[in-house]
Design a protein around this ligand. Structure first.
Ligand code: GRG
Length: 303
């Protein structure tokens, strides 16, 4: 059908992303006013409003619309996902974890507010994510909202982000990490929250189990592809950097997909995962255009 293929090819991802990012920024800004004690709200807002691609909220909004809902229905969940993601970055950057000075082009939270306040800002955002989704979600069956709350809890806890981080810390400095362990780390550190982002939008609407299964496979594929691409870019960027400033210290040893597969095979695997992700969406036809384009966007930069 010519018209269908024209519609597909007319989907403009940069415009879509810009529009959605603006909506998410406005909702996040409104979600968290500064009140007494100002110091903690300012620290929470500093990282929450520091930019970022807002990929997780956008995925949640997209699947809610795909399964028959609206942006308004999913926005509190979308904001909660970004609050959770942001708090994981704040804690990940702490001296006791990755010890990073910069994030999203700005000084890290603890560099500006101190370790003590940064820990509390992360805790504050984590708790507020759950309060916000529970209180602000409108026109959703209580049963579905409860499923979403449970899904967020699972994605962030020991069965998700925290579990992935703890195995990652165990592997620090090791270069002989097995593929199985590497997959475990990324399925928990990265894919768990991406999967919750994709599924929650559909769960709010009470989408049928078949659709949830398809979306879950889509999410798992893009989660892993995202991480492989991240590893590839880390290497190619470091190589460029080394070219410019020869003799600079190499990054700490760390197991990556390219260290197991090599660069070419890693690019090939990422591409296969994205193809697999897109195949899961075929049944939704043009309605899935945003999710198809987002999957392609994730691996667009592999060189
Ligand atoms: C959750 C209680 C609790 C503690 C946190 C530190 C930790 C436990 C987990 C680590 C989570 C982590 C840092 C995962 C990596 C996630 C990742 C892929 C970040 C990059 O995401 P992008 O590219 O970043 O979406 P932007 O800045 O665009 O949002």
């Amino acid at each position: 059908d010519v018209r269908a293929s024209q519609r597909k090819s007319h989907f403009d991802l940069p415009t879509y992303l810009a529009e959605r990012q603006t909506q998410v920024e406005i909702a996040l800004d409104r979600s968290l006013p500064v009140i007494y004690p100002e110091k903690i709200y300012e620290a929470m807002r500093y990282s929450l409003m520091a930019g970022g691609k807002r990929l997780r909220p956008i995925l949640c909004l997209a699947t809610c619309e795909l399964t028959g809902g609206t942006v308004d229905i999913a926005m509190p969940t979308a904001c909660a996902l970004e609050m959770i993601h942001t708090m994981s970055l704040i804690h990940d950057d702490l001296p006791a974890m990755d010890n990073d000075d910069y994030r999203r082009g700005k000084l890290t939270n603890h560099k500006v507010f101190g370790d003590d306040v940064a820990i509390l800002a992360g805790d504050g955002l984590l708790a507020y994510a759950f309060e916000h989704v529970a209180i602000e979600t409108k026109h959703v069956a209580a049963e579905n909202l409860l499923k979403v709350v449970a899904m967020l809890g699972r994605a962030v806890g020991a069965a998700g982000l925290v579990g992935g981080q703890v195995v990652d810390l165990d592997c620090e400095g090791k270069s002989d990490v097995s593929l199985e362990t590497l997959n475990f780390i990324h399925n928990h550190k990265t894919s768990a929250l991406l999967e919750a982002s994709v599924l929650s939008g559909a769960v709010l609407i009470g989408a049928p189990e078949d659709d949830l299964q398809r979306l879950s496979r889509y999410a798992k594929n893009i989660g892993l592809a995202f991480q492989i691409v991240d590893d590839i870019l880390d290497i190619t960027a470091t190589q460029e950097e080394l070219g410019k400033t020869a003799g600079k210290d190499l990054k700490a040893k760390k197991a990556t997909y390219p260290s197991i597969w090599g660069l070419e095979e890693s690019r090939c695997q990422a591409k296969k995962l994205v193809e697999g992700a897109k195949a899961e969406l075929a049944i939704f036809e043009d309605k899935a255009a945003p999710l198809v384009a987002l999957a392609e966007f994730i691996i667009a930069r592999t060189h």
